[in-house]
Design a protein around this ligand. Structure first.
Ligand code: PGA
Length: 254
């Protein structure tokens, strides 16, 4: 089965709305000339409306970086999937390692968020990945297993149509140290095997697994060439049109 690569920019807590809109415009212009890949940008919540306006008429998708598992109510500081949709989003990132580590979000909470976002009709990029300590301590397989089995618990085969898994080794995020193509392929194949074991072979075969962690224009081509690497979740290099558009081009040529 061929899986269409999905390349997403996670802009994290960066860019005011005018800069976000300008970046989105440049991405949309570049993406219009490419084929065979999907593209999503994930600005901060306060820029979603502005970016959504810029992306009207483009096939670049818009995503939030987080959401809560309730529609509305006394949840100060949170955003619901419905609010993301109201701002033009079709996607949301759930379980980024920064949410897990800095904000203490665990697998059970992330699973509730994932299931609710899917129920509301959002597509989800669900992030997993081990720390350096876990990798060096030989716990990588167990960590990925827990994140996959507990994080994706309760999803039906149909639900998986709205799910992309992002494998992001924490030691590669924002560090400039990228996983080698072989390390990425190994982890992606292991993750796909876990999904096959727990959710079925057909689900695993169709599931897109993005790599994230210091993806740059000069390593994108060799990473995307690996059979189980089905796209990227890009942080730092997504903040500049030149580098993100070069990553899009590398993926489109793969
Ligand atoms: P990076 O971030 O590309 O800056 O390493 C990736 C991510 O955190 O999604």
């Amino acid at each position: 089965m061929s899986r269409i690569p999905v390349i997403a920019g996670n802009w994290k807590m960066n860019l005011l709305s005018s800069d976000a809109a300008a970046l989105a415009k440049s991405v949309a212009d570049a993406f219009a000339g490419l084929s065979g890949i999907e593209c999503v940008v994930c600005p901060v919540a306060t820029s979603l409306h502005a970016v959504s306006g810029v992306l009207a008429g483009s096939s670049v998708g818009l995503g939030g970086q987080n959401c809560y598992h309730e529609e509305s109510g006394a949840f100060t500081g949170e955003l619901s999937p419905q609010m993301l949709q109201d701002a033009g989003c079709g996607w949301v990132i759930i379980g980024h390692s920064e949410r897990r580590k800095i904000f203490g979000e665990g697998d059970a909470l992330l699973n509730r968020k994932l299931r609710y976002a899917l129920q509301c009709g959002l597509k989800v990029m669900f992030c997993i990945g081990e720390t350096l300590e876990e990798r060096e301590g030989g716990q990588m397989d167990d960590v990925l297993k827990t994140q996959v089995v507990e994080g994706l618990a309760g999803l039906s085969e149909a639900d998986f149509a709205g799910v992309v898994v992002a494998y992001e080794p924490v030691w590669a995020i924002g560090t400039g140290v990228t996983a080698s193509p072989e390390q990425a392929q190994d982890a992606h194949a292991f993750t796909r095997g876990l999904v096959a074991e727990h959710f079925g072979a057909a689900v695993a075969e169709g599931l897109r697994i993005q790599y994230g962690g210091s993806v740059k224009p000069d390593n994108a081509a060799e990473l995307i060439a690996k059979p189980d690497v089905d796209g990227f979740l890009v942080g730092g290099a997504a903040l500049k049109a030149d580098s993100f558009n070069a990553i899009l081009s590398a993926a489109a040529q793969a």
